[in-house]
Design a protein around this ligand. Sequence first.
Ligand SMILES: Cc1cc2nc3c(=O)[nH]c(=O)nc-3n(C[C@H](O)[C@H](O)[C@H](O)COP(=O)(O)OP(=O)(O)OC[C@H]3O[C@@H](n4cnc5c(N)ncnc54)[C@H](O)[C@@H]3O)c2cc1C
Length: 372
Amino acid sequence: MIDIVLVGGGHAHLFVLEAFARAPLEGVRLTLIAKEAFAPYSGMLPGRVSGQYPLDAGEIDLRRLAAKAGARFLHAPASAIDRTHRRILIDGHSPVSYDLLSLDVGIVPDVASIAGAATNALVVKPISTFRERLEGLLADIGEGRCRNLAVVGGGPAGFELAHALRRRTKAPAGEDSGQASVSLIAGGELLSGLPERGRQLARRSLERSKIALVESARVVRIDPDTVILDDGRSLPADAALVATAAAAPPILERSGLACDRRGFVRLRETLQAEDDDRIFAAGDCGSLIGQERPKAGVFAVRQGPVLAENLRRAALGRPLVRYQAQQAYLMLLALSNGEAIAARGRLALQSHLAFRLKDRIDRGFVARFGGG
Ligand SMILES: Cc1cc2nc3c(=O)[nH]c(=O)nc-3n(C[C@H](O)[C@H](O)[C@H](O)COP(=O)(O)OP(=O)(O)OC[C@H]3O[C@@H](n4cnc5c(N)ncnc54)[C@H](O)[C@@H]3O)c2cc1C
């Protein structure tokens, strides 16, 4: 019996479970160890904040997917990888042995440089625990307790969340005066990964939605009602959402696997760890040697089928296929007015059609894996 163990219920592992459900492999036992029983689809998260989707939309039931794939499901956090004895140590559970191991554990929040963030802000990543924290914020907004909202982080997640909060708090037409204020603090340049045209559209969209943009100033402290910037300025904020860059889960570095300077596992094109043929990884927790890309779900999704194929091939002792990360990819950023900015390579446009396309892609992904 060959033991394939999947750690983490990230986007790439959904494809592995799907592939094994479609074509089980004789002589292989599949196990999924996941800290959370439901995998939230990140693309729909801003829509859950804005009210476009119900609060529990886009949650994929990992237990059900595992059952379909004939996999054991362990709902627990893996605490360490014992590579000498080829087993996973799990909090509150006996160790699980592996012949082949795959890691899709995402990222952990990194708010060490922002004093007070852990206690006074809603830290967006990891998104698997975001829902319960979001419920409180939405209740406060609904009951008018949040007049000033701040989003920290000028990447796609922060940008979309600022628009989502604007949509959620929009005053009825013609009643702008009572509307909550929303600020977006970008740290560096807003959406630095977008082409110039995309950034122009993004800045204009913020202006039109009355979202105050602060660029080139970093948040150093978050108090219960104020956000303090490194240039001494302060902004009123009854609630702050933090969507800044995140860090590697400590389990990776503790494993002794070769990692990049930020602690993400260095991967070959086969999605195998640089220094261990038995260990694969995908999604945000991996760093593809020579093909480094931004941490985005789109890469985890593209790696999923390759990972599934290679785990199968490795179990059968067949040569592995190579993953080639695409240079350009379509980015769709939802705005508060029912439009979206679509950007790919050097091109960018803004339209209602792009919003509908994003909605279709996101709903299609979730439906594929049985989510609602
Ligand atoms: C608001 C927001 C919007 C976004 N929108 C987009 C978008 O539109 N398009 C896009 O491409 N990207 C988007 N992203 C980025 C996207 O969320 C991530 O890149 C993507 O989720 C990474 O997927 P993953 O498979 O690496 O892991 P994840 O989806 O992060 O999943 C990792 C899973 O592993 C589990 N886990 C972690 N540690 C352990 C452990 N020790 N043991 C067991 N289980 C563990 C976690 O609980 C989690 O469920 C967005 C991010 C945010 C915050």
